[in-house]
Write a protein that binds this ligand. Structure first.
Ligand code: NAI
Length: 332
Protein backbone atom coordinates (compact mmCIF):
# COMPACT_ATOMS: atom_id res chain seq x y z
CA UNK A 1 0.00 0.00 0.00
CA UNK A 2 1.14 3.52 -0.78
CA UNK A 3 0.03 6.68 1.01
CA UNK A 4 -0.89 9.48 -1.35
CA UNK A 5 0.32 12.77 0.15
CA UNK A 6 -0.18 16.29 -1.17
CA UNK A 7 3.20 18.00 -1.36
CA UNK A 8 3.31 21.79 -1.24
CA UNK A 9 6.96 22.71 -1.68
CA UNK A 10 6.34 26.36 -0.86
CA UNK A 11 8.52 29.44 -1.17
CA UNK A 12 12.06 30.47 -0.26
CA UNK A 13 13.94 27.50 1.19
CA UNK A 14 10.77 25.38 0.84
CA UNK A 15 11.76 23.53 -2.36
CA UNK A 16 15.29 22.92 -1.00
CA UNK A 17 14.16 21.37 2.28
CA UNK A 18 11.18 19.46 0.89
CA UNK A 19 13.32 17.95 -1.89
CA UNK A 20 15.84 16.85 0.73
CA UNK A 21 13.03 15.32 2.77
CA UNK A 22 11.62 13.42 -0.21
CA UNK A 23 15.09 12.05 -0.97
CA UNK A 24 15.52 10.70 2.57
CA UNK A 25 12.03 9.17 2.66
CA UNK A 26 12.61 7.48 -0.70
CA UNK A 27 15.94 6.09 0.53
CA UNK A 28 14.19 4.76 3.65
CA UNK A 29 11.58 3.03 1.51
CA UNK A 30 8.65 5.04 2.88
CA UNK A 31 5.57 3.99 0.88
CA UNK A 32 4.54 7.46 -0.23
CA UNK A 33 3.25 8.74 -3.55
CA UNK A 34 3.56 12.51 -3.74
CA UNK A 35 0.93 14.67 -5.40
CA UNK A 36 2.55 18.05 -5.90
CA UNK A 37 0.34 21.13 -5.53
CA UNK A 38 1.08 24.86 -5.66
CA UNK A 39 0.89 27.26 -2.71
CA UNK A 40 2.29 30.60 -1.52
CA UNK A 41 3.95 33.33 -3.59
CA UNK A 42 4.72 30.82 -6.34
CA UNK A 43 1.02 30.04 -6.66
CA UNK A 44 0.13 33.74 -6.78
CA UNK A 45 2.41 34.04 -9.80
CA UNK A 46 1.01 30.99 -11.59
CA UNK A 47 -2.59 30.75 -10.35
CA UNK A 48 -3.34 34.24 -9.00
CA UNK A 49 -4.09 32.67 -5.61
CA UNK A 50 -1.70 31.74 -2.77
CA UNK A 51 -3.89 28.76 -1.86
CA UNK A 52 -5.61 27.56 -5.04
CA UNK A 53 -8.85 25.60 -4.73
CA UNK A 54 -7.20 22.64 -6.49
CA UNK A 55 -4.53 22.49 -3.76
CA UNK A 56 -7.15 22.49 -1.03
CA UNK A 57 -9.08 19.81 -2.92
CA UNK A 58 -5.95 17.66 -3.20
CA UNK A 59 -5.28 17.81 0.56
CA UNK A 60 -8.95 17.10 1.31
CA UNK A 61 -8.90 14.09 -0.99
CA UNK A 62 -5.64 12.64 0.32
CA UNK A 63 -6.27 13.65 3.94
CA UNK A 64 -2.51 14.10 4.26
CA UNK A 65 -0.21 16.93 3.29
CA UNK A 66 3.44 17.85 3.68
CA UNK A 67 4.13 21.51 3.31
CA UNK A 68 7.13 23.79 2.98
CA UNK A 69 6.87 27.38 4.24
CA UNK A 70 4.71 29.89 2.38
CA UNK A 71 5.52 33.57 2.10
CA UNK A 72 3.08 36.16 3.41
CA UNK A 73 3.82 39.74 2.38
CA UNK A 74 3.98 42.23 5.24
CA UNK A 75 1.25 44.85 5.33
CA UNK A 76 -0.99 43.44 2.60
CA UNK A 77 -0.82 41.82 -0.83
CA UNK A 78 -2.57 38.62 0.04
CA UNK A 79 -3.84 36.97 3.17
CA UNK A 80 -1.64 34.25 4.71
CA UNK A 81 -2.08 31.05 2.72
CA UNK A 82 -1.13 29.14 5.88
CA UNK A 83 -4.06 30.64 7.74
CA UNK A 84 -6.37 29.92 4.79
CA UNK A 85 -5.25 26.30 4.71
CA UNK A 86 -5.74 25.82 8.44
CA UNK A 87 -9.14 27.49 8.45
CA UNK A 88 -10.50 25.93 5.24
CA UNK A 89 -9.54 22.43 6.36
CA UNK A 90 -10.36 23.12 10.00
CA UNK A 91 -6.89 22.04 11.14
CA UNK A 92 -7.52 23.25 14.65
CA UNK A 93 -4.52 21.71 16.40
CA UNK A 94 -1.05 23.13 15.91
CA UNK A 95 1.12 20.30 17.27
CA UNK A 96 4.80 21.11 17.85
CA UNK A 97 6.99 18.69 19.78
CA UNK A 98 10.23 20.26 20.99
CA UNK A 99 12.97 17.97 22.14
CA UNK A 100 16.69 18.20 22.83
CA UNK A 101 18.59 16.46 20.04
CA UNK A 102 21.77 14.46 20.40
CA UNK A 103 24.89 16.39 19.41
CA UNK A 104 23.12 19.77 19.24
CA UNK A 105 24.69 22.10 21.80
CA UNK A 106 22.14 24.09 23.83
CA UNK A 107 22.06 25.52 27.36
CA UNK A 108 19.66 22.77 28.52
CA UNK A 109 20.16 19.12 27.69
CA UNK A 110 16.84 17.52 28.45
CA UNK A 111 14.01 19.62 27.05
CA UNK A 112 11.03 17.51 26.03
CA UNK A 113 7.79 19.39 25.65
CA UNK A 114 4.88 19.82 23.29
CA UNK A 115 3.38 23.14 22.24
CA UNK A 116 -0.30 22.86 21.32
CA UNK A 117 -1.57 25.92 19.50
CA UNK A 118 -5.22 26.64 18.73
CA UNK A 119 -4.97 27.16 15.00
CA UNK A 120 -8.22 28.65 13.77
CA UNK A 121 -9.22 31.68 15.85
CA UNK A 122 -7.76 34.61 17.80
CA UNK A 123 -6.29 37.50 15.79
CA UNK A 124 -5.70 35.08 12.91
CA UNK A 125 -9.42 35.16 12.11
CA UNK A 126 -8.28 38.11 10.01
CA UNK A 127 -11.18 40.42 10.85
CA UNK A 128 -9.76 43.94 10.67
CA UNK A 129 -11.05 47.28 9.58
CA UNK A 130 -10.19 50.94 9.78
CA UNK A 131 -12.77 52.65 11.97
CA UNK A 132 -11.60 56.16 11.18
CA UNK A 133 -8.35 57.21 9.50
CA UNK A 134 -5.55 56.28 11.87
CA UNK A 135 -7.64 53.91 14.00
CA UNK A 136 -7.96 50.24 13.17
CA UNK A 137 -9.86 47.48 14.89
CA UNK A 138 -8.73 43.84 14.85
CA UNK A 139 -11.04 41.26 16.36
CA UNK A 140 -9.70 38.59 18.66
CA UNK A 141 -12.09 35.71 18.14
CA UNK A 142 -12.46 33.14 20.91
CA UNK A 143 -15.32 30.66 20.94
CA UNK A 144 -16.13 28.19 23.66
CA UNK A 145 -16.36 25.48 21.01
CA UNK A 146 -12.81 26.05 19.75
CA UNK A 147 -11.45 26.19 23.30
CA UNK A 148 -13.19 22.97 24.24
CA UNK A 149 -12.22 20.98 21.20
CA UNK A 150 -8.51 21.74 21.40
CA UNK A 151 -8.57 21.10 25.15
CA UNK A 152 -10.27 17.76 24.47
CA UNK A 153 -7.65 16.92 21.84
CA UNK A 154 -4.88 17.87 24.28
CA UNK A 155 -6.13 15.73 27.15
CA UNK A 156 -6.95 12.75 24.92
CA UNK A 157 -3.50 12.95 23.32
CA UNK A 158 -1.89 13.11 26.77
CA UNK A 159 -3.91 10.14 27.96
CA UNK A 160 -2.33 7.99 25.25
CA UNK A 161 1.17 9.46 25.13
CA UNK A 162 1.71 9.35 28.88
CA UNK A 163 2.35 13.06 29.27
CA UNK A 164 0.94 14.10 32.63
CA UNK A 165 1.35 17.85 33.11
CA UNK A 166 -0.25 20.65 31.11
CA UNK A 167 0.02 24.43 31.38
CA UNK A 168 -2.63 26.61 29.75
CA UNK A 169 -1.10 30.04 29.27
CA UNK A 170 -2.87 33.23 28.28
CA UNK A 171 -3.47 36.77 29.46
CA UNK A 172 -6.86 36.38 31.09
CA UNK A 173 -6.17 39.28 33.43
CA UNK A 174 -6.00 41.72 30.51
CA UNK A 175 -8.48 40.19 28.06
CA UNK A 176 -10.79 38.38 30.47
CA UNK A 177 -13.54 37.54 27.98
CA UNK A 178 -11.55 35.96 25.13
CA UNK A 179 -8.63 34.52 27.08
CA UNK A 180 -10.92 33.81 29.99
CA UNK A 181 -13.18 31.69 27.76
CA UNK A 182 -10.18 29.66 26.58
CA UNK A 183 -9.15 29.20 30.17
CA UNK A 184 -12.60 28.15 31.34
CA UNK A 185 -12.88 25.62 28.53
CA UNK A 186 -9.48 24.20 29.50
CA UNK A 187 -10.53 23.68 33.11
CA UNK A 188 -14.00 22.39 32.25
CA UNK A 189 -12.63 19.71 29.91
CA UNK A 190 -9.59 19.05 32.11
CA UNK A 191 -11.77 18.25 35.12
CA UNK A 192 -12.69 15.02 33.29
CA UNK A 193 -9.02 13.97 33.40
CA UNK A 194 -8.13 14.05 37.12
CA UNK A 195 -4.97 12.01 36.51
CA UNK A 196 -3.44 14.87 34.49
CA UNK A 197 -1.94 17.83 36.38
CA UNK A 198 -3.49 21.08 35.23
CA UNK A 199 -1.87 24.50 35.68
CA UNK A 200 -2.38 27.97 34.37
CA UNK A 201 0.18 30.70 34.03
CA UNK A 202 0.19 34.16 32.43
CA UNK A 203 1.85 33.83 29.05
CA UNK A 204 4.47 36.50 29.76
CA UNK A 205 5.46 34.65 32.92
CA UNK A 206 5.71 31.45 30.85
CA UNK A 207 8.12 33.15 28.42
CA UNK A 208 10.27 34.20 31.36
CA UNK A 209 10.20 30.75 32.99
CA UNK A 210 11.04 29.01 29.70
CA UNK A 211 14.05 31.23 29.17
CA UNK A 212 15.22 30.50 32.74
CA UNK A 213 14.68 26.76 32.67
CA UNK A 214 12.33 24.90 30.31
CA UNK A 215 12.93 21.45 31.75
CA UNK A 216 9.91 21.26 34.04
CA UNK A 217 7.39 21.77 31.23
CA UNK A 218 5.53 18.97 29.51
CA UNK A 219 2.56 20.23 27.44
CA UNK A 220 1.77 23.90 26.77
CA UNK A 221 -1.70 24.82 25.54
CA UNK A 222 -1.94 28.24 23.92
CA UNK A 223 -4.16 30.35 21.74
CA UNK A 224 -3.10 31.10 18.19
CA UNK A 225 -0.88 34.18 18.56
CA UNK A 226 0.75 33.17 21.86
CA UNK A 227 1.34 29.70 20.40
CA UNK A 228 2.96 31.16 17.29
CA UNK A 229 5.37 33.28 19.32
CA UNK A 230 6.18 30.72 22.01
CA UNK A 231 6.82 28.02 19.37
CA UNK A 232 9.73 30.06 18.03
CA UNK A 233 10.99 30.74 21.55
CA UNK A 234 11.11 27.06 22.48
CA UNK A 235 12.66 26.19 19.09
CA UNK A 236 15.52 28.43 20.16
CA UNK A 237 16.00 26.27 23.26
CA UNK A 238 16.72 23.08 21.30
CA UNK A 239 18.81 24.28 18.37
CA UNK A 240 16.68 26.70 16.40
CA UNK A 241 13.98 26.82 13.78
CA UNK A 242 15.90 24.44 11.54
CA UNK A 243 15.15 21.47 13.78
CA UNK A 244 11.60 21.80 15.13
CA UNK A 245 8.79 19.91 13.37
CA UNK A 246 5.09 20.53 13.41
CA UNK A 247 1.69 19.31 12.34
CA UNK A 248 -1.67 20.94 11.73
CA UNK A 249 -4.29 18.41 12.67
CA UNK A 250 -8.05 18.35 12.26
CA UNK A 251 -10.66 15.63 12.60
CA UNK A 252 -10.41 14.72 8.91
CA UNK A 253 -7.09 15.96 7.57
CA UNK A 254 -3.52 16.56 8.77
CA UNK A 255 -0.88 18.75 7.16
CA UNK A 256 2.69 18.43 8.39
CA UNK A 257 5.05 21.39 8.28
CA UNK A 258 8.03 22.89 10.06
CA UNK A 259 7.67 25.81 12.45
CA UNK A 260 10.05 27.95 10.37
CA UNK A 261 9.27 30.27 7.49
CA UNK A 262 10.76 30.80 4.03
CA UNK A 263 14.10 32.09 5.43
CA UNK A 264 14.57 34.71 2.68
CA UNK A 265 18.04 35.52 4.02
CA UNK A 266 19.39 32.11 3.00
CA UNK A 267 16.92 31.00 0.30
CA UNK A 268 18.40 29.68 -2.93
CA UNK A 269 21.86 29.13 -1.45
CA UNK A 270 21.42 25.42 -0.69
CA UNK A 271 22.45 25.82 2.95
CA UNK A 272 19.14 25.50 4.80
CA UNK A 273 18.71 22.84 7.43
CA UNK A 274 16.21 20.25 6.12
CA UNK A 275 15.70 18.63 9.51
CA UNK A 276 12.56 20.52 10.55
CA UNK A 277 10.64 19.46 7.44
CA UNK A 278 12.14 15.96 7.54
CA UNK A 279 11.07 15.60 11.20
CA UNK A 280 7.60 16.86 10.26
CA UNK A 281 7.47 14.09 7.67
CA UNK A 282 8.41 11.62 10.41
CA UNK A 283 5.45 12.87 12.45
CA UNK A 284 3.38 12.06 9.37
CA UNK A 285 4.80 8.53 9.22
CA UNK A 286 3.91 8.10 12.91
CA UNK A 287 0.42 9.43 12.21
CA UNK A 288 -0.25 6.84 9.48
CA UNK A 289 1.28 4.02 11.53
CA UNK A 290 4.68 3.69 9.84
CA UNK A 291 6.60 4.01 13.11
CA UNK A 292 9.24 1.50 12.10
CA UNK A 293 10.42 3.58 9.15
CA UNK A 294 10.13 6.79 11.18
CA UNK A 295 12.37 5.42 13.96
CA UNK A 296 14.91 4.16 11.41
CA UNK A 297 15.20 7.61 9.81
CA UNK A 298 15.31 9.23 13.24
CA UNK A 299 18.20 6.96 14.26
CA UNK A 300 20.08 7.92 11.09
CA UNK A 301 19.51 11.63 11.81
CA UNK A 302 20.73 11.23 15.39
CA UNK A 303 23.86 9.45 14.20
CA UNK A 304 24.68 12.32 11.85
CA UNK A 305 23.98 14.91 14.57
CA UNK A 306 26.07 13.02 17.13
CA UNK A 307 29.01 12.81 14.73
CA UNK A 308 28.56 16.56 14.19
CA UNK A 309 30.53 16.64 10.94
CA UNK A 310 27.98 16.83 8.12
CA UNK A 311 25.60 19.32 9.73
CA UNK A 312 24.44 22.69 8.43
CA UNK A 313 25.67 26.10 9.57
CA UNK A 314 22.77 26.76 11.96
CA UNK A 315 23.98 23.73 13.95
CA UNK A 316 27.59 24.84 13.90
CA UNK A 317 28.68 22.75 10.92
CA UNK A 318 29.86 23.51 7.41
CA UNK A 319 27.72 21.13 5.36
CA UNK A 320 25.19 22.34 2.86
CA UNK A 321 21.66 20.95 2.56
CA UNK A 322 22.69 18.26 0.07
CA UNK A 323 25.68 17.08 2.13
CA UNK A 324 23.59 16.88 5.31
CA UNK A 325 20.93 14.93 3.41
CA UNK A 326 23.49 12.57 1.84
CA UNK A 327 24.98 11.89 5.28
CA UNK A 328 21.55 10.87 6.62
CA UNK A 329 20.99 8.62 3.61
CA UNK A 330 24.44 7.04 4.10
CA UNK A 331 23.53 6.20 7.69
CA UNK A 332 20.29 4.60 6.51
P1 NAI B 1 11.87 32.46 9.16
O1 NAI B 1 11.51 31.28 10.00
O2 NAI B 1 11.75 32.29 7.70
O3 NAI B 1 13.39 32.87 9.48
C1 NAI B 1 13.85 33.26 10.77
C2 NAI B 1 15.36 32.98 10.86
O4 NAI B 1 15.55 31.56 11.00
C3 NAI B 1 16.13 33.40 9.62
O5 NAI B 1 17.37 33.90 10.02
C4 NAI B 1 16.31 32.09 8.85
O6 NAI B 1 17.46 32.06 8.04
C5 NAI B 1 16.39 31.06 9.97
N1 NAI B 1 15.88 29.76 9.51
C6 NAI B 1 14.59 29.42 9.34
N2 NAI B 1 14.51 28.18 8.88
C7 NAI B 1 15.76 27.71 8.75
C8 NAI B 1 16.31 26.48 8.31
N3 NAI B 1 15.53 25.45 7.92
N4 NAI B 1 17.66 26.33 8.29
C9 NAI B 1 18.44 27.34 8.71
N5 NAI B 1 17.99 28.53 9.14
C10 NAI B 1 16.65 28.72 9.16
O7 NAI B 1 10.98 33.66 9.68
P2 NAI B 1 10.69 35.10 9.03
O8 NAI B 1 11.94 35.66 8.44
O9 NAI B 1 9.98 35.83 10.08
O10 NAI B 1 9.64 34.85 7.86
C11 NAI B 1 9.96 34.79 6.48
C12 NAI B 1 8.71 34.48 5.68
O11 NAI B 1 8.20 33.19 6.04
C13 NAI B 1 7.55 35.46 5.86
O12 NAI B 1 6.95 35.70 4.60
C14 NAI B 1 6.59 34.72 6.78
O13 NAI B 1 5.26 35.13 6.59
C15 NAI B 1 6.81 33.29 6.32
N6 NAI B 1 6.48 32.28 7.35
C16 NAI B 1 5.83 31.17 6.93
C17 NAI B 1 5.54 30.16 7.81
C18 NAI B 1 4.83 28.94 7.29
O14 NAI B 1 4.68 28.78 6.09
N7 NAI B 1 4.37 28.07 8.17
C19 NAI B 1 5.92 30.24 9.24
C20 NAI B 1 6.67 31.44 9.56
C21 NAI B 1 6.92 32.43 8.65
Amino acid sequence: MKYKVTLIKGDGIGPEVTDATCRVLAAAGAPIEWEEAPGGAGAVATHGDPMPAATLASVKRNRLGLKGPLETPKGGGWRSANVTLRQELDLYVGYRPVKTLPGVKTPYTDVDLVVLRENTEDLYAGIEHEVTPGTVLTLKVSTRRAGERIARWAFENMRYTGRRQIHCCSKASVVPLSDGAFHDAFHAVGSEYPFIQRHDLPVDNLAFQLALDPRGYDVLLLQNLYGDILSDLVAGLVGGLGVVPGANIGDQVAVFEAVHGTAPDIAGRGIANPLAVLSSALLMLDYVGEQKIARRVERAVWDVLEAGVHVTGDLGGKANTAEFTDAIIDKL
